[in-house]
Design a binder for this molecule. Structure first.
Ligand SMILES: [Zn+2]
Length: 389
């Protein structure tokens, strides 16, 4: 497995379809989905080569051999992750302590591995803090929220006949500002695939640019690639350490225990079904057992913080709406115990977890869904908040 790390810069205001908040307000997502990235590369492929090599097109865009990950906000060289749902902040003085040193902020703590207190030490209730956070590897005492620069603009629809504003049709668009940067990965199952992808898209010597998102015909949605680099190590290993190191940290350094604690945390939204294709809103023990090739009776779920939502979409190729799907939101976190018997079985578990992390979970993984991280150290070390039990 190799990956192409890609950074892009916004050149024109960007609207990444999310949902209509009120009647005529359109809000943008604050990241670029793998689906949008895949669509942009597929459109470019067709304009460069047409469909003369159907097999290659299928391999790039319609198989799990090439996976287009989400692009998350960039933060000057630090790593950026979605904050787990198991992390909570004080409702009265919310945020990471480093968000704004000039203000009183009570901080953010993660509660996947410890009991959640009734309230903050100031008596205010705790609440979720959905955001991206940046951190230095191995150091969770300088976490900070990553903000994406956005603004609103108000538009009116023009009447075709009179060329004047149509009465009653005023709408507000939220968009991401120019100059914002996003970073993410395209993952290839083999190096040869990476080579042919790179040769096709990145060999012209000039940075490539795309149009993504909404209102592309109205001077919006242009992004330009600023850097791309080849990496043979996994993104999670680079940013959070090896799976073995992380599992060890979750188990006080021991791998010879009869019980091993491990967590799974969604780095991107996931679409997961049971064998009757019914959507799941959690990752049950039996599925973890199947994914790890371990008897499910040996795995027990101890804790979970999850959220899910309905996802709709538009199939641009066919010109019809995509079927609604239920996705488990990124940041959902699950804690399990593995009742192995000694070190040999625990090592087998770790190999299974490494493969799961490299492969992802569920459907539409080639569009960035189902990226999952094992034993994210943030669950162990993000402890800013004092709490009343
Ligand atoms: Zn507080």
């Amino acid at each position: 497995m190799v990956r192409l790390e890609l950074t892009i810069k916004v050149e024109e205001p960007l609207i990444l379809a999310n949902k209509h908040v009120g009647g005529n307000i359109v809000q943008t997502l604050d990241y670029i989905t793998g689906s949008a990235l895949r669509g942009a590369f597929a459109a470019r492929y067709l304009s460069l080569k047409g469909l003369s090599e159907k097999d290659e097109f299928r391999q790039f865009f319609w198989s799990n051999e090439v996976r287009f990950g989400n692009l998350y906000p960039e933060s000057e060289g630090d790593f950026v992750f979605p904050l787990p749902i198991s992390a909570k902040t004080c409702k009265g003085y919310k945020g990471f302590k480093n968000d704004d040193p000039s203000k009183e902020i009570h901080g953010v703590s993660d509660y996947l591995l410890q009991e959640i207190p009734e309230s903050c030490s100031c008596n205010a209730p705790l609440e979720n803090y959905p955001c991206f956070y940046e951190f230095f590897p191995n150091n969770y005492s300088y976490c900070k929220k990553v903000e994406v620069g956005k603004r609103f603009s108000v538009h009116s629809e023009i009447d075709d006949k009179t060329k004047r504003s149509k009465e009653g049709i005023l709408y507000t668009l939220e968009h991401i500002n120019e100059e914002e940067k996003f970073v993410g990965n395209i993952i290839f199952s083999q190096e040869s695939l990476y080579e042919s992808f790179k040769k096709l898209f990145f060999n012209s010597g000039t940075p490539i640019s795309f149009k993504i998102g909404q209102a592309r015909s109205r001077g919006m949605g242009k992004v330009i690639e600023t850097t791309h680099s080849f990496n043979s190590d996994s993104f999670f290993v680079t940013s959070k350490g090896t799976v073995e190191e992380r599992v060890k940290a979750f188990n006080e350094g021991n791998l010879d225990n009869n019980e091993i604690t491990f967590s799974l945390t969604l780095f991107s939204d996931a679409i997961i079904c049971d064998k009757f294709l019914r959507y799941l809103t959690t990752i049950p023990e039996w599925l973890v057992g199947e994914e790890l090739n371990i008897l499910s009776g040996k795995i027990e779920k101890n804790n979970a913080f999850t959220a899910y939502r309905m996802l709709s979409g538009w199939n641009a190729a066919l010109g019809i709406p995509k079927e609604n799907e239920i996705v488990i939101n990124k940041g959902s976190s699950f804690l399990y115990t593995f009742k192995g018997s000694g070190e040999e079985n625990n090592r087998k578990l770790i190999r299974g977890l490494e493969e799961l992390e490299n492969r992802g979970i569920g459907f539409r993984r080639n569009e960035g869904f189902g990226e999952i991280i094992v034993c994210d150290p943030v669950h162990l070390y993000l402890r800013e908040l004092g709490g009343k039990p």
